[in-house]
Design a protein around this ligand. Structure first.
Ligand code: FMN
Length: 185
């Protein structure tokens, strides 16, 4: 099978990670691939914050948890209420993708960058999980005070985060509905 197709088919969301940090060279490959994603008009109105500081990640999780318990829906509250809850599954590296709010199609751009990140990770046997619930970090004043510390550029807002690390599980492929195609010939 073609190597690229193999990587796409092998990638799964990983939610159990080893504590060992990924190599700087592996991270660099991932970031190089992120910014090679297709993006509308090559506008590149995206930003990638690489967080590898455990204390910072844990502080983010604390605020996210607090915000979910105060403001989240029942599904989120149930998860965040568990003692083992950690938004990033204790991954040693998290990339926060933010985007200039008013740029056209920027959410699509960032989604494509996120996919490049997950595939570049998988190609190096690194696990990844795209996470949107991290948006709850910015649901309170307290969370928004972290914008500066995280280096979000002015006018940029959270799109998603991606947890990255060496895998500690090999999950099955969650079922896919194949009744989603039609052909016009
Ligand atoms: C936009 C987006 C948001 C997601 N948010 C979360 C999340 O907050 N927490 C989580 O554990 N997984 C999250 N996921 C991962 C999905 O649950 C996962 O991709 C899906 O169940 C399919 O599984 P697979 O990635 O192994 O194919 C998200 C994925 C996407 C694309």
């Amino acid at each position: 099978m073609n190597e690229t197709i193999k990587v796409i088919k092998k990638r799964r969301s990983i939610r159990k990670f080893q504590a060992e940090q990924i190599k700087a060279s592996e991270l660099q490959e991932i970031l190089d691939c992120a910014i090679l994603a297709p993006n509308a008009m090559n506008q590149q109105k995206w930003h990638f914050t690489v967080i590898q500081n455990k204390a910072v990640l844990d502080r983010m999780v604390e605020i996210i948890k607090e915000n979910i318990l105060n403001l989240g829906n029942d599904f989120m509250k149930e998860k965040a209420g568990l003692p083992s809850y950690h938004t990033f599954y204790n991954a040693p590296t998290v990339i926060l993708i933010s985007a200039l709010e008013e740029a056209p199609w920027v959410q699509v751009d960032c989604g494509l960058a996120a996919e490049n990140i997950t595939l570049a990770a998988e190609a190096q046997n690194i696990g990844s999980c795209v996470i949107a619930s991290s948006r709850m970090l910015f649901a309170s004043e307290k969370g928004n005070t972290m914008r500066k510390e995280l280096g979000l550029p002015e006018g940029y807002n959270h799109v998603c985060t991606i947890a990255l690390g060496y895998k500690n599980e090999s999950p099955e492929t969650p079922p896919r509905n194949k009744e989603v195609f039609n052909y016009v010939k």
